[in-house]
Design a protein around this ligand. Structure first.
Ligand SMILES: Nc1ncnc2c1ncn2[C@@H]1O[C@H](COP(=O)(O)OP(=O)(O)O)[C@@H](O)[C@H]1O
Ligand SMILES: [Mg+2]
Length: 368
């Protein structure tokens, strides 16, 4: 009997090609998601405890898409991304061995704190997720399924510390995708159920082209839930359809107010205007994350554009002023030129007169 497994799951485990049981000793069920179960196992060769995700190969189309998770996990090696160890195959199943996280999921932690987490705990978890996300986005992947169920925790309290501290890691890359030219443009069988509606960005919900910023929206929702215990935009009367429509179409009002610095970050994560929404590299520098109120609130892309426009305007104004100044000087100098030309002409005339005078002095003198 494996701790935590239902009878059905027991049957499922026994039904697996048992080859893997000679490599792994199954200890308990860690969780199950949309695409399979995750077991805590001991690797009998390395003697390490691991998490083993089992993916059924029978539905080939789903399997082909999910197996991408491996390519992505192999490429992503970061302290805030759950570590891939190895993959084994049987005819019917793939077994993905990963590092085992000891603190459960962020969702489980939130379940224990329905009013929300301490602000510094929430900020530390956000920072960890952002660090992992920077690495994912740098490699041109999007996660597309960020939610508390897919954030795993290690409890890392030092002895004698009153509050438990957590290290957070991003897991479950089953729905991740590579992006090209900043957007996801591929199609696959499970596109229509990408992510969970509650964490889905408006552009994704509307079926528009989307990019890295869908992960930032999801992170904003996670942040808000961590701080308040509630979703910012869901109403009691909502169903999936009404919610998707609302986030896509109207002015969004949050259910509870946040402290100003937290609110500033949240608004820059859950902004419907893409250019007002932070990228991971900007969000990680926000004072709510750094916990240093003297740090400046980072600029969004829209801010940068405004600054560029203002500086272009300033440069144009400068050029215009310079042009006017040059024009003035040159016009003054052309007046000067014409004055001097007139002057020269007059000098010439005078000289000519003198010469006349000198030639006909009497006449001149008479005239004078
Ligand atoms: N490395 C791990 N360490 C501990 N628990 C894990 C680990 N990976 C997954 N789990 C547990 O299994 C659940 C499902 O795993 P996940 O990778 O999200 O699968 P799915 O793609 O089916 O959603 C998680 O929510 C978590 O409870
Ligand atoms: Mg999952």
């Amino acid at each position: 009997m494996i701790i935590g497994l239902t009878d059905l799951e027991e049957v499922f485990i026994k039904d697996l090609n048992l080859q893997f049981l000679q490599i792994y000793k199954v200890n308990s069920l860690l969780g199950s998601g949309a695409f399979g179960v995750v077991l805590e196992v001991t690797n009998l060769i390395s003697k390490e405890n691991s998490a083993l995700k089992i993916i059924c190969k029978r539905d080939q189309s789903v399997y082909n898409v999910l197996i991408k998770e491996l390519d992505i996990l192999r490429e992503l090696s970061h302290p805030n991304i759950v570590r891939f160890k190895q993959i084994l195959h049987s005819p019917d199943f793939a077994f993905i061995e990963m590092e085992k996280m000891n603190g459960g999921t962020l969702q489980e932690l939130l379940n224990k704190h329905p009013q929300g987490l301490e602000e510094c705990t929430a900020a530390a978890i956000m920072k960890d997720i952002l660090q992992g996300l920077c690495s994912i986005h740098d490699k041109n992947y999007i996660h597309r399924d960020l939610k508390p169920d897919n954030i795993l925790l290690n409890a890392i309290s030092a002895p004698g510390e009153a509050n438990v501290r957590y290290q957070a890691k991003i897991a479950d890359f089953g729905l991740s995708a590579e992006i090209k030219y900043g957007i996801f443009s591929g199609q696959n069988q499970i596109d229509d159920r990408m992510g969970t509606t509650l964490y889905m960005a408006p552009e994704q919900a509307q079926g528009q082209l989307y990019g890295k910023r869908v992960d930032m929206w999801a992170l904003g929702i996670i942040m808000y839930i961590m701080l308040t215990g509630t979703h910012p935009f869901v109403k009691d009367s909502d169903n999936e359809y009404s919610y998707s429509n609302r986030i896509a179409s109207s002015d969004l009002q949050v259910s509870k107010n946040l402290q100003p610095i937290a609110k500033s970050l949240f608004q820059h994560l859950c902004s419907r205007t893409l250019s007002e929404r932070y990228q991971a590299a900007q969000a990680i520098k926000h004072p709510w994350i750094t916990r240093n109120p003297h740090d400046e609130v980072p600029c969004t892309q829209a801010d940068q554009m405004r600054i560029m426009e203002a500086s272009t305007f300033f440069k144009r104004a400068q050029s215009a002023l310079l042009f006017m100044a040059v024009a003035k000087v040159s016009s003054e100098s052309s007046i000067g030129n014409s004055l001097s030309t007139d002057y020269l002409k007059r000098i010439e005339e005078c000289s000519a007169g003198e010469s006349v005078t000198s030639g006909d002095a009497t006449t001149n003198e008479t005239q004078c």
